[in-house]
Design a protein around this ligand. Sequence first.
Ligand code: NAD
Length: 475
Amino acid sequence: MADSYDVAVIGAGPAGYPAAIRAAQNGLRVVCVDAWKNRDGTPALGGTCLNAGCIPSKALLESTELVHRAQSEFAVHGIRTQGITVDLAAMQKRRAGIVRTMTSGIGALFKAAGVTAVYGSARLLAGRRVEVSAHDGSKSEISARHVVLASGSVPAELPSMRFDHEYICDSWDALEFDAVPPRLCVIGAGIIGLELGSVWRRLGSQVVILEALENFLTVADQQLALEAARHFKRQGLDIRLGARVAGARVANGAVSVEYADARGSQSIAVDKVIVAVGRKPYAAGLLGPDTGVKIDERGFISVDEECRTGAQNVWAVGDCVRGPMLAHKGKEEGVAVADRIAGRYAHVNYAVIPAVIYTAPEIAWVGQTEEQVKAGGAAYKSGVFPFAASGRARAMEAAVGFVKILAARDTDTILGVHIIGPLAGELIAEATLAMEFQASAEDLQRTIHAHPTLAEAVHEAALATDKRSIDNINK
Ligand code: NAD
């Protein structure tokens, strides 16, 4: 007989595990099935984010930023160092240790919340039955009143350049290199390309980033993108725009990458290629016959605003459904679905989802870009405050970038906040909260910000929307 539960969650990534925990907090009997296996064959909870994405990349970004600062900044502080060397094996061991701690932490959270964890791959059958194939090959069946699909996403592959995981690498491979590739080509100047390009550049790789689009970082406000491009260039990231990749050839331990740009056909020789051209939803083998769950033309599981799939009591959340592929968006959807299942109120505000790029300087935003506001046609005002005028940023030797706030001219409502500079990813939380509360720029202006902090730059940018900044006179 099949084990029966109130809720079966498929996937224990950042969308699935919060759904399972919240469902258990709501007093429901919950099982969470996850198929993840690490490269050494061990199963792990946490999905891409914890095992092969957000967490390991932030570990390496932190380590390599320290290398960069030790090399270029310590002397300015009057700290003399000699012969800084990098022990990549130790750096990678730290990264792996952080991942292990975080992923086993999810196992502990499941235990504490009373969620049953099952390691294996799950297939939804008609009638909310779930067939589980354990890693040892044995099969079992679960039935549940509700099923939550949280199967995530996988790196997109270029047809002209299949992953071989040695020369043509995906983002997971690129987090686990055991030697610094002297010459590295990154395909795609998106979030992953910029973060991983930065990591290996700081460790000494010559990095060329090929981007198909003519404009840089089109997802971001273009004033921010321009500022970012300036810094990345200075750091030695060779970003080539309008570069359409035609293919790659591996021979004699090197890769020749062919691409075309405005000047014609080009070719570069490198030691490794990282393909970072986006991710695609993952639902391979997830759906048996007659489940009633539909996949759209782009491969996403079709859902409504509240993450219902259309099959009764089957929900889907996170990267496998529409919307930005961001862990925190998936988490909110997972929690909301678990609350809806329990008959509680839930809401995900898709208009107020912050985005962060963990480069140096860090880049973060929430709400609309200036380009989007302009296209909307409503009258608006913009306030910009440079970190060069922030005492705290100066003290941190991090006085680069700015905060930019866009607000509606008539109602003063904040429409978008864009930050490039120190700890932008932390500072954006205040802006996100303000927008969630539908704050006006004046609300931020009248909020006391501690001095001297980086957050004062947000305060001053709000003042600047009315040309009333105190620390940066802007006529
Ligand atoms: P992305 O969509 O951010 O960027 C991919 C880039 O590749 C785009 O600029 C695109 O124009 C370019 N591209 C596509 N095909 C190309 C080609 N043939 N040649 C050259 N360039 C090409 O995707 P990503 O950086 O791979 O990230 C995937 C997802 O993961 C994104 O949704 C991202 O939001 C998410 N992610 C988020 C974070 C974070 O929050 N810090 C970090 C990593 C990934």
